[in-house]
Design a protein around this ligand. Sequence first.
Ligand code: MV4
Length: 444
Amino acid sequence: MFKKVLIANRGEIALRAIRACRELGIKTVAVYSEADRDSLHVQMADESVCIGPPEPSKSYLDIPRIMSAVEISGADAVYPGYGFLAENPKFAEIVAKSRVKFIGPSPSTLELIGDKIRTKEIAKKTGIPLVPGSNGTTNLESAIETAREIGYPVVLKASAGGGGRGIRIVMNERDLREKFPVAVQEADLCFGDGRLYLEKFIINPKHIEFQVLADSKGNVAVLGERECSIQRRHQKLIEEAPSSCVSPTKRMEISALVSDFCKAIGYEGAGTVEFLLDEEGNFYFMEMNGRIQVEHPVTEMVTCVDIVKWQFLIAGGEELNFDPPEPKGFAIEMRINAEDPDNFMPSPGRIERLVVPGGAWVRVDTHIYQGYKIPPYYDSLIAKLIVWGENRGEAITRGLRALEEFVIEGEGLKTNIEFHRRILSSLEFKRGKHHIGFVEKMMV
Ligand code: MV4
């Protein structure tokens, strides 16, 4: 096993990784920007290295600075977390070419899953259901032809996009002629890759994703699904596991396909395969994410599998030694953001009063503490409140109880705690039949 891991991230996920390392007997090195000097991840790590000014481009996204910290500290592995450099194939390659291990998929796998067209082609060969569409790169003429066949509305997506970036809804042929060249240009400018693909637009879908762990020996454990339909502008707000809309049979069926797919691409580490689920109960493959995700705790709560710990074990060459368990009970995660609930704008500030909820089956993953000053340079996520219940109703009740306990106060500081209470209290959420338009609908 590794002796010392450099955590190339900040905030709650850096803490999550440090905790896993401590239990595995691995020393940790934190990196931090000048804005994160007083951060908990710096205090909790065994060592720390300042890597630059507050701007992410000059610190957490700066590969040479991170590699220097690796060198200085003598770490033998790098943990990327989520965001920042987590899915950057170039970073994974630079790390791999030095004497240290990148804790995640290989550079070539990261490159592959970054190419949504190639990924869909492999998914199709594996027998995973795809949305009707172009099945590969499209140009304007073939896009028009495909759209005529499948019918409008359709979506144009950038092959190098993902997570909602580079996607356009197209209502009719005139709209397609107009938007196509703009989309190519934008994709070329944003991603250096102008290739597009076309899909039938699925109306009112749910967002369902499957968690996988794959070891270096070709064993794959699919840990069931999460539902992440409560989101706004591709920022998830609430995630649950399991989904109340996935039957055990459907779970088994999709899990088998997801496992085959991971084997087909030689996947290693923790990953997530995203689907849309339409109102008729059909699953459609969207993309794969090659990282730990913010919402991984809900899967941990219902499977009792320590996903982050397994990321380290797998990278160290350990084999998966368990059969994926059936999910037990229900878990809900609420992302607590320092933001104005009226306009979702970041609302940083100093935390003057903090009361963290507790009690049975309540987990809080957070890097904040009383007196902590939330810097304005990064994501507004300041805590994840995760609750478990024997059934979904109990999880919701416990979530509401925990939200009531949660106090985060400071001058000018706003959070979305009240917003979460509104969602968990709503009849529509309790029914569980909501789709990705829930938050937008609630705002009007
Ligand atoms: C779609 C779609 C409808 N039809 N594809 C956006 C993020 C990316 N992962 C997939 N996305 C979508 N793709 C087809 N063919 C609707 C979305 C979508 C969405 C998906 C999941 C969660 C939130 C979303 C919000 C808006 C649009």
